[in-house]
Design a protein around this ligand. Structure first.
Ligand code: ACM
Ligand code: ZN
Length: 552
C-alpha cells in the first residue's frame, strides 16, 4: 500500500471512531468472526450484573469463573453468579447446533443482556474470549459498556497450533502457562511442546532418571551466540538447564485442557538426541561418551543418533513413550524424525546388519523402518504418530500425520497419499525468524534465512493450490513454531509470538473470504494496546497503519 492510500485510510478510520455514537469500544475481534451484525446502543456490565450457567455442568462453572476473574482483573466489577436464568444478564447455555459444530458459538448482546450459546463448553469458552475482546482496551473502574451485536462463529481448521521449543532454552511452568493463555485468547487449540532435543532433555522419565539428572544440563556461556565448531571455549562457562517433573507436565496438560488446548508432546527420534545419548551412551552406534550439545557447538562426537541396529534403542524409546502416554492424554505423540544425520548408521555394523536382515536398501529405508516400528507401537496404544516431513523418506508409516516444515512439498505429498497434514513451512510460519528488515528495525538476534513478516503470515493459505478437494480435506490446519536457540526470556518469546500468532489465528479460524489486511491492521492497533496494558511485549513492525495515532 502506498503512503497516500495509508493516510486516506487512516483519516476515514479516524472519522468513524469519532462518529461512533456510543461509548462502547470499537469491535475489533481477532480472529474475525464468521458472521457479525453490530447495532446501535450499548449494554452495561456493572455491580449488579449476574451470570447464569447450569450449575450441574462443572466445565461451564469453570468457564464462568475464568470470565469473572478476567473481568475483575481489568475493571472494578465482580460478577455475581445466579441460579436464576431469567434474572441474570450474562447467560452461558449449551444447545446442540450442527452449523457451529463443537467449537463454534453464538454471542448475542441486546439491551437486556448477553447470551452465549454453543454445542459444547468449548464453544462457550470461545464465545467468552470474543466477549472479553469487547471490554475496554485498558483497565478501568467505570462500568463496562458493550456494543449490541449478534455473532455466529466457528473455525475453518481444526488444528490451530503453536509450538514451543523448551530444549534450546528452558522455560518455567509459569512461562509455559502464560504462553498457553495467549494461545487461548486467540482461539488456538494445539500446544506442540518440543520437550527433547540435543541441547537438553526436559521431561522426567522415572525409568531413566539420568535423562534429567544428566541430559537436562549443559555447559553454557553467557548470551546465546553460536560459536564456530572447534573454537576455543570461553572460560566462564556455567551449568544451564532444567526439566519438568511428571506432576508439573500433568498440571500443564490440565491447564491447557481447561482452555480447550490439546498438548502434543514431542520426543525426538532417531536424531536430535544428544542429550539422551549423553545420559545413556550405550544407545548410540559407537557407545562413546559425549556432552549435551551447547550453543557453542560442543563436542565433535555430538549429532549422534539412536542406533537403529540395537534392540535396546527400541526398548528404551518404548519405555519412554509408555510414561509419556500416562502424562499426555491427547490423541497425538510427535516423534520428531527430522534432520537425521545418517553418517553414524553408515559406519555401524549393527545398523548395517539390520538393513540386510530387513531387506532395507539404504539408510532412508532404515529411518523409515525405525519410524514404522514406533508407529506400530503407538497405534497399538490407540495413539496417533505425527512427525516432521522427513518421515516420508524411505516410505511413510501407515496412518502417520505429517508436519510439513521444509516448505509445503512434504504436506502436498502426504495429502495426495491421503495422510493427515499440518502445515508449518519455515517461511512464513517459523516465528523465531526476523519479522522485519533488520536494517530498518532493530530486533534481537534471530534465525536468518527468511524475514517472516506479519503480512506474509497473514497472507498464508494452508491449503496448497496443488491439492484437489478430497486431498485438501486432509490438511488439518497449520502451526506457528518458535525454536529458542536465541530466545531465553519471556519478553523475547512474546515479541516473536506477538503479533504474528494473531495473524495466524485469523488464517486458521476465519473464512478465507473474510481476510482483510487493512482491517486486520486496524484491529491490531487495539490489540497491541490491550496486550501491552497487561504487560505483554508486542513487536511493532511496519506496515502498522495506526502506529502513531492517538484514539480520541
Ligand atoms: C525442524 O525445524 N528441524 C523441524
Ligand atoms: Zn547403529
Amino acid at each position: 500500500m502506498n503512503h497516500i492510500k495509508k493516510i486516506v485510510l487512516l483519516f476515514f478510520s479516524y472519522l468513524s471512531l469519532g462518529m461512533n455514537s456510543s461509548f462502547a469500544a470499537k469491535v475489533t475481534i481477532i480472529p474475525e468472526p464468521v458472521k457479525m451484525e453490530i447495532y446501535d446502543g450499548t449494554f452495561t456490565i456493572g455491580a449488579n450484573t449476574r451470570i447464569y450457567f447450569d450449575s450441574k455442568n462443572p466445565l461451564l462453572a469453570r468457564h464462568a469463573r475464568y470470565f469473572t476473574n478476567v473481568v475483575a482483573s481489568v475493571s472494578d466489577v465482580t460478577l455475581k453468579t445466579s441460579k436464576n436464568r431469567a434474572q441474570s444478564q450474562v447467560r452461558l447455555l449449551i444447545a446442540a447446533d450442527k452449523l457451529i459444530g463443537d467449537e463454534g458459538y453464538h454471542l448475542d448482546i441486546d439491551e437486556k443482556g448477553i447470551t452465549i450459546s454453543a454445542s459444547t463448553d468449548k464453544g462457550v469458552f470461545y464465545g467468552l474470549q470474543s466477549l472479553l475482546q469487547l471490554l475496554p482496551v485498558y483497565r478501568t473502574n467505570a462500568e463496562l459498556q458493550l456494543p449490541l451485536l449478534k455473532i455466529t462463529d466457528y473455525p475453518r481448521f481444526k488444528w490451530r497450533g503453536m509450538m514451543l521449543d523448551v530444549s534450546r532454552h528452558f522455560f518455567s511452568t509459569e512461562a509455559v502457562k502464560s504462553y498457553i493463555d495467549l494461545m487461548a485468547m486467540y482461539k488456538m487449540n494445539v500446544f506442540h511442546w518440543h520437550l527433547t532435543d540435543s541441547e537438553g532433555w526436559r521431561l522426567e522419565i522415572k525409568k531413566y532418571p539420568k535423562l534429567t539428572s544428566v541430559g537436562a544440563w549443559r555447559k553454557e556461556i553467557p548470551g546465546s551466540v553460536f560459536y564456530k565448531k572447534n573454537q576455543v571455549l570461553p572460560i566462564d562457562t556455567f551449568s544451564y538447564g532444567g526439566f519438568y517433573t511428571q506432576e508439573q507436565a500433568k498440571d500443564i496438560v490440565k491447564y491447557a485442557g481447561e482452555r480447550n488446548i490439546m498438548v502434543v508432546p514431542e520426543i525426538e527420534m532417531p536424531g536430535h538426541s544428544d542429550a539422551a545419548i549423553t545420559a545413556y551412551p550405550e544407545l548410540s552406534c559407537t557407545g562413546m561418551p559425549q556432552q549435551v550439545r551447547s550453543s557453542f557447538g560442543g563436542d565433535p562426537n555430538a549429532l549422534a543418533n539412536y542406533c537403529a541396529g540395537k534392540e535396546d534403542s527400541f526398548v528404551f524409546l518404548e519405555n519412554v513413550l509408555k510414561e509419556v502416554m500416562t502424562i499426555f492424554p491427547g490423541d497425538y505423540i510427535h516423534i520428531g524424525g527430522d534432520e537425521v544425520n545418517k553418517a553414524s548408521w553408515k559406519k555401524c555394523a549393527s545398523c548395517q546388519r539390520r538393513m540386510v536382515k530387513e531387506g532395507l536398501k539404504d539408510e532412508h529405508e532404515l529411518q523409515s523402518y525405525f519410524i514404522k516400528r514406533m508407529a506400530n507401537f503407538l497405534h497399538d496404544k490407540d495413539k496417533k504418530l505425527i512427525g516432521w516431513d522427513e518421515i516420508l523418506e524411505g516410505g511413510l508409516a501407515a496412518e502417520a500425520t505429517v508436519m510439513s516444515w521444509r516448505g509445503e512439498q512434504g504436506g502436498i505429498q502426504a495429502a495426495k497419499m491421503h495422510h493427515p497434514v499440518v502445515m508449518t513451512p519455515v517461511n512464513p510460519l517459523y516465528f523465531n525468524r526476523y519479522q522485519a528488515d533488520t536494517l530498518s528495525i532493530q530486533q534481537p538476534l534471530a534465525a536468518r534465512y527468511s524475514i517472516n513478516t506479519l503480512e506474509k503470515v497473514y497472507d498464508y493459505e494452508p491449503i496448497p493450490g496443488a491439492l484437489n478437494a478430497v486431498e485438501a480435506s486432509f490438511v488439518l490446519g497449520a502451526q506457528g513454531c518458535i525454536w529458542t536457540e536465541f530466545i531465553n526470556s519471556v519478553p523475547h518469546l512474546e515479541q516473536m509470538a506477538l503479533p504474528r500468532m494473531l495473524a495466524l489465528s485469523e488464517v486458521l479460524w476465519s473464512p478465507k473470504t473474510s481476510k482483510d489486511w487493512s482491517r486486520f491492521n486496524e484491529k491490531l492497533y487495539f490489540h497491541s494496546r490491550r496486550l501491552g496494558s497487561v504487560g505483554r511485549n508486542v513487536f511493532t513492525s511496519v506496515p502498522f497503519l495506526y502506529h502513531n495515532t492517538e484514539v480520541k
